[in-house]
Ligand binder design. Sequence first.
Ligand SMILES: Cc1cc2nc3c(=O)[nH]c(=O)nc-3n(C[C@H](O)[C@H](O)[C@H](O)COP(=O)(O)OP(=O)(O)OC[C@H]3O[C@@H](n4cnc5c(N)ncnc54)[C@H](O)[C@@H]3O)c2cc1C
Length: 586
Amino acid sequence: MTIAKRQFDTLVIGAGGGGLRAALQLAQAEASVAVVSKVFPTRSHTVAAQGGMNAALANVLPDSWHWHMYDTVKGSDYLGDQDAIEYMCRSASNLVVELEHAGVPFSRLDNGKIYQRPFGGQSQNFGGDQAARTCAAADRTGHAILHTLYQQNIRAKTHFFDEYFAIDLIKDQEGFILGALVLEIETGEPLLIEAKTTLLATGGAGQLFRTNTNAHINTGDGLAMALRAGIPVQDMEFFQFHPTGIAGRGMLITEGARGEGGYLINKDGERFMERYAPHARDLASRDVVSRAIATEVREGRGCGSDGDHVLLKLDHLGREVLYKRLPGICDTVKMFLHIDPAEEAIPVFPTAHYTMGGIPTDRHGRVIVPVAQGQESIPGLYAVGECACVSVHGANRLGGNSLLDIVVFGRAAGNDIIDYLNDNRYHRPLDHDSVEQAMAHLQRWDQKGEGESVPVLKKELQTTMENYCGVFRSEEILQQGLDKVLQLEQRLQAVRLKDHSKIFNTARIEALELENLMDIAIATVASALGRQESRGAHSRIDHPDRDDQRWLKHSLYYKEQHRLDYKPVTLKPLTVDSFPPKERVY
Ligand SMILES: Cc1cc2nc3c(=O)[nH]c(=O)nc-3n(C[C@H](O)[C@H](O)[C@H](O)COP(=O)(O)OP(=O)(O)OC[C@H]3O[C@@H](n4cnc5c(N)ncnc54)[C@H](O)[C@@H]3O)c2cc1C
C-alpha cells in the first residue's frame, strides 16, 4: 500500500499551549512547521484552564522569582529538578509580559497592572506570608492564552493539520526519530509526516480515572507513543487529585475560588483545613487539601445524605466579586448543580486532574534516556507540556505552574530545535520497517468478528484506577489494581470494532485511545507499587513517611517487561544555592 507523505522541518504533535508556543517560536524563525491535532486547536484542554499562570510580578504583594522557586521545590516535595525549576521561575515574568503583548487580555488592577490572585502553596520570604502570584484573565486564563497563541501562529504561517490523529513515531535503526504516522480522521486515510525533529505536546492522561476534570481527549497518547518507541516514562505514580471537583461529576472549581477567599467546611460547619494546615489553611498545596477532604469523609464528617463530600463556601464573598472574578465558575455551578454560588455552598470532592509524570526531558525539551554511561538525548525528539516530565512539578504541582510550564518549555524547545535544525539540514532516509509497524498497529483495528467492546473496557479501566490507585494507596490495594489492569490488557486483545467505515470513524479513534490509556494505566500502577514511601500526591498508608534516604529519586517505567528503573533528582540549581529537602509543613 502506498501512503501519502509530507515533509517538514518540524512536526509538532499537539496544539495546546505547549505545542503552539513551540510552533510559534519555530515559525517566527522561518522553519517549516506542521502542527497535528486530533481536535481543532482551540479545543485543546489548555482552553479549560481557569485560575491563571504564576509569575512573581509583585503587582499585588511583595514577591520574587526566588520565593516562587522555593515554593515550587517545596510543593514538589523535593522531587522536582532544581535546575529546571530555577529556569522556569526566572523566565516567568518576561513570558507573562510577552503573552500580554501578543494579545492575552489579562484582568487588571485599578492601577492598570496585571491582576494577580493568591493560589495554593504560595508564600513570601521562603515560607512567610501568603503571596499573590497567579496572573489571571478572570477565570478563563487558558482560553485567553490558547486563542492568542493560535492567532499568532496563523499570522506566522504555521501549517495546521486539524483533526488528524497521531498513531506512532517513526524511528530508524540508529535511534533517530523521523516523524510520525498520522490518520486523517475525516477520511480515515493514513498520512506519513516526515520531519527532522518531532515534538510531542499531547497533554495529560486524566481519562485514566472515572471522575476527572479533564477533556475526553486527554488520553495520554504521546506518553504511550513514547513507550511503544522504547522510551521510558518518568514519575508516573504521581497523579494530582484536585481538591475541588464538583462531587460525583468532576467539573473543576478553580483553586482561585479559595484564592479569592472561599473556604471548605465539613458537615459540622467546621473549617477543617485549620487542623491540617494551621498556617496556609485552605491554600495549602493540593495533595494536602485532597487528603484532608478524603480523611474528613472517611472519618464520617462528610456532607450530604451519603456523607460523601465536603462543601466549598463562597457566598460570603458577595455576588459582585463572584461574578467579576469567577464568572465561569458561577456558570458551571448553575448549569450542573442548579444552585447559585452567591447563595449556597458547592459540594466538592478530590478529582483526578493532572499528570505529573511524563516523558523524561531536560530543560531544553530534549527527550532524555539513561544509557550505560549516564544519559543521552534521543536525536530528533522533543516533548513539552503535560505529557513531558522536565521535572518542575516533582511529586506535586502547584496550581498556576502548568500554564507557566507549557509556555516556558514550549519556547525553550522551539529555540533548541532551531539549533538542531542548523546542525541537521537534511531529512534522513525513511525506515520502512518502522512505517510498516505503525501501519500494522493501525490495521489491527480492521479485524472483524465478535469481541469485547471499547466503551465497556474503558469504563472498567477507569473504575479500577479510581478504586485501586486513588488518593490513598497501599501495597495490597495496588497489587490488586495491577492484576486487574493486566487482565484488562489481556481482554483488549479480544476487542473488535463493529463499525469499519472510514469516514469520521470515531469508534476507531476511541479504540486507539483505549490502547494508549491501557499502557499508561499499567505504568502508573506499577510505578506506584514500586515506590515504598509517601511523597507529594503519592500517599501510601503502609509507608506513611517520606524516605529521602531510599526514595529521593525519579522512577522510570519501560513498557518492555514492565521494567522499573530509577535516576537521581537534580538538587543543584543553575546559579543559586540548592534548597535541601526538609520537612514539608503548610
Ligand atoms: C479544567 C482544568 C483547569 C486547569 N486550570 C489550570 C490553571 O488555572 N493554571 C494552570 O497552570 N494549569 C491549569 N490546568 C492544567 C493546564 O491547563 C494543562 O496542564 C496544560 O494546559 C496542558 O497543556 P498542553 O499543551 O501540554 O496540552 P493540551 O492543552 O492538553 O493539548 C494537547 C494537544 O494534543 C493533541 N493530541 C493529543 N493526542 C493526540 C494524538 N494522538 N494525535 C493528534 N493530536 C493529539 C490534542 O488535540 C491537543 O491539541 C488546568 C487543567 C484542567 C483540566
